[in-house]
Ligand binder design. Sequence first.
Ligand SMILES: NC(=O)C1=CN([C@@H]2O[C@H](COP(=O)(O)OP(=O)(O)OC[C@H]3O[C@@H](n4cnc5c(N)ncnc54)[C@H](OP(=O)(O)O)[C@@H]3O)[C@@H](O)[C@H]2O)C=CC1
Ligand SMILES: N[C@@H](CCC(=O)OP(=O)(O)O)C(=O)O
Length: 425
Amino acid sequence: MNAFNVNEHMQALGLQAKAAAAQMARADAAIKNKALKALARRLREAGPELAEANARDIDRAVAAGLSAPMVDRLKLTPKVLATVAEGCEQLAAMPDVIGEIIGMKQMPSGIRVGQMRVPLGVFGMIFESRPNVTIEAASLAIKSGNAAILRGGSEAIESNKALAQLVSESLAEVGLPVDAVQLVQTTDREAVGRLIAMPEYVDVIIPRGGKGLIERISREAKVPVIKHLDGNCHVFVDDTADIDMALKIVDNAKTQKYSPCNAAEGLLVTGAVAGKFLPLIGQVFAAKGVEMRCDAAAGAIVRGAGLNAVDAVESDWSEEYLAAVISIKVVKDVDEAITHINRYSSHHTDAIVTRDHIHAQRFLREVDSASVMVNTSTRFADGFEFGLGAEIGISTDKFHARGPVGIEGLTSLKYVVLGQGEVRT
Ligand SMILES: NC(=O)C1=CN([C@@H]2O[C@H](COP(=O)(O)OP(=O)(O)OC[C@H]3O[C@@H](n4cnc5c(N)ncnc54)[C@H](OP(=O)(O)O)[C@@H]3O)[C@@H](O)[C@H]2O)C=CC1
Ligand SMILES: N[C@@H](CCC(=O)OP(=O)(O)O)C(=O)O
């Protein structure tokens, strides 16, 4: 048997994706929607092959000593499958934006100028070991008329192969090219190196992951990149905050799930309310086993309430724990909070809890993050929650797409010009 050749494999995926992209770009909206509904049906009716593939991934992850939240992220429970199936159906029900022409205006020369929404072409996506993302990316690729080459996390390879099979069957069922969504069949990271350096086939790369991934992409990518990076998200409790509301929000932002990029990793509290708020949230955290890494002022209050605190070091302010740990700092006012966030946050999502309209407005304008929130939890930074139907991920880039990326983020606008024989003088 021939040895698996990564280079040849990636070359083949690229070539096939390019051909499929042309067909997807002109595919009828009704056919794409039919494929999405077929995929939803297959996910709901998935047989033992999928469950067995997922069990193999989970067993391997447990044996390798992966943390509980990371193993959790791998699981294709009936609820996860129902949610992704529902996501496909919701996308099918959404209007098709491909081919839409907007802003048509008559110019003094007589020509009419507008913009048409078109797919990006082929996107390559590298993402974490969360198999539901395979379906979210596949369904968004179909709806937006793109072709996708997907490289999921190595811990999820078996589940991803089984899911990719369902996607292929759904595309084939409605007569769309099966190569519109392809999964990289190896966990060899050399494949990532190839995927990000094939400008002849790939129009854009969407990396979704932590710093190591991004360093490699920034060094080696030869195609445009929409970065979906780490989330060092903050909640700032202002001096006029409703304390009960702040408790609910901070608790949810930190503890509802520890592994997502939109979970809070830093808590900032103004000195005016720290004495009241920190003992209360400290009790909530202590009961849930959340380690509190505090600056001197916060530590004194937390310890004064009879709770444990760890002294924060400089690196804690930039840390994305993805675990039951939070950094806590007492700040003087909204200015210090904004300065701290702009210096240490990963520019993903940050929230203020306040009753002061001016402070809320300043936070929204001055915090330089993809999503800025008032009186709610950072956990809401999500395409589904923002009404996009589904999401490719949360872009921490400023260009092309920022924040949760849905259908429109996978498209661009080209100019269309309609004339009646006008020429330029
Ligand atoms: N902004 C967003 O939308 C999201 C961001 N994230 C972020 O992702 C991180 C958590 O996921 P985690 O699994 O730890 O992320 P990693 O960055 O470790 O892995 C993500 C993907 O990148 C690959 N990868 C990582 N490093 C390299 C490299 N040097 N060369 C080639 N491929 C590489 C991994 O492959 P392999 O399996 O081989 O390790 C995996 O497929 C957090 O920082 C989180 O915030 C997560 C979800 C959404
Ligand atoms: N938008 C998603 C975030 C997804 C996410 O960050 O995933 P992961 O880091 O793999 O746990 C949500 O809140 O559900």
